[in-house]
Design a protein around this ligand. Structure first.
Ligand SMILES: C[S@@+](CC[C@H](N)C(=O)[O-])C[C@H]1O[C@@H](n2cnc3c(N)ncnc32)[C@H](O)[C@@H]1O
Length: 273
């Protein structure tokens, strides 16, 4: 397979740098919620590095159906970086994993752009062998991934690795074949679409029969991921949210999904068909 080596525009995606485009109210929980310490979320007092590093909110999720239930607690940090709090698509992807948990038992799962890692934690709790990854340029986010594991007692079963989209790095080369790549709200900015698809196609190429399960919030009718897939020898199938009980504003006892529109795609390499 030929891989285009291109310089990634990766970095710490900071809402203040990127403006408000594409960022839904639920993606700014700091403006809506009180921190555990009781401090106001929009306060000037959030300047110190120490506060930017420590979890301030512990968000609870409760997945349940007729045959069982699962609780997950996600530590979030009062920080403007995208990966420090849970995005609405994460709840949708976690619901898919919970609904199809038998398919994940004993499987190798890599989460990309994991952020607070709700889907990866659910997969680990459902018996998958999980690796969480996020931007190597944002160690604080990677640290928070590790905190999510500790909080949910899955650290012994989950690896956290740096992985920068769009570049052939040592981390990418060292990734072993997987059964599933998962990613929620990674397609949040068209500037990173090609980088993501490069990384995903590289991993899928060495993982026969694997697929990339991707959920993202539909923010613009002009964004077209499907058009780029073919360039990377990828194809997709859309999964209706109702197929896995995610066609609701509230999931897992969380209102994060709200009335946003999501697309759930199962993406694989064209040779698999
Ligand atoms: C919108 S957030 C979604 C986080 C999480 N998946 C969720 O749904 O809550 C995007 C995530 O992608 C990561 N990210 C952004 N650019 C990246 C890059 N170039 N390489 C790797 N990860 C990146 C960010 O650090 C962040 O955690």
């Amino acid at each position: 397979m030929s891989v285009n080596l291109k310089k990634s525009k990766a970095g710490e995606y900071d809402a203040s740098e990127n403006g408000e485009e594409g960022i839904a109210p639920q993606q700014k929980p700091f403006h809506e919620e009180k921190s555990e310490s009781g401090e106001s979320d929009d306060g000037e007092s959030l300047q110190s590095e120490e506060k930017l590093d420590s979890p301030n909110v512990f968000r609870k999720f409760h997945f349940a159906d007729e045959s069982g239930s699962l609780d997950v607690t996600i530590p979030e940090v009062l920080h403007p970086s995208y990966g420090m709090y849970t995005w609405p698509g994460a709840v949708v992807l976690a619901q898919y994993i919970w609904h199809n948990r038998d398919d994940f038992y004993g499987k190798k799962v890599l989460e990309i752009g994991a952020g607070t890692a709700l889907p990866g934690i659910v997969a680990a709790k459902c018996g998958a062998c999980v690796t969480l990854s996020d931007n190597e340029l944002t160690p604080k986010i990677l640290k928070n991934c590790a905190r999510s594991c500790e909080e949910n007692q899955v650290s012994d079963r989950v690896k956290v690795i740096p992985l920068l989209w769009g570049l052939v790095t040592q981390s990418l080369l060292q990734i072993e074949p997987v059964d599933f790549i998962i990613g929620s709200d990674c397609f949040f900015d068209p500037k990173v679409f090609e980088d993501i698809l490069m990384t995903v196609s590289f991993i899928l190429e060495k993982s026969s029969a694997a697929e990339f399960l991707s959920v993202y919030q539909i923010r613009s009718a002009d964004w077209n991921i499907r058009a780029s897939l073919r360039q990377w020898q990828l194809q997709c199938k859309s999964v209706p949210l109702k197929d896995f009980g995610a066609d609701a504003n509230s999931l897992a006892d969380s209102d994060l999904p709200g009335n946003h529109s999501f697309e759930f795609l199962r993406i694989n390499t064209i040779r698999n068909r």
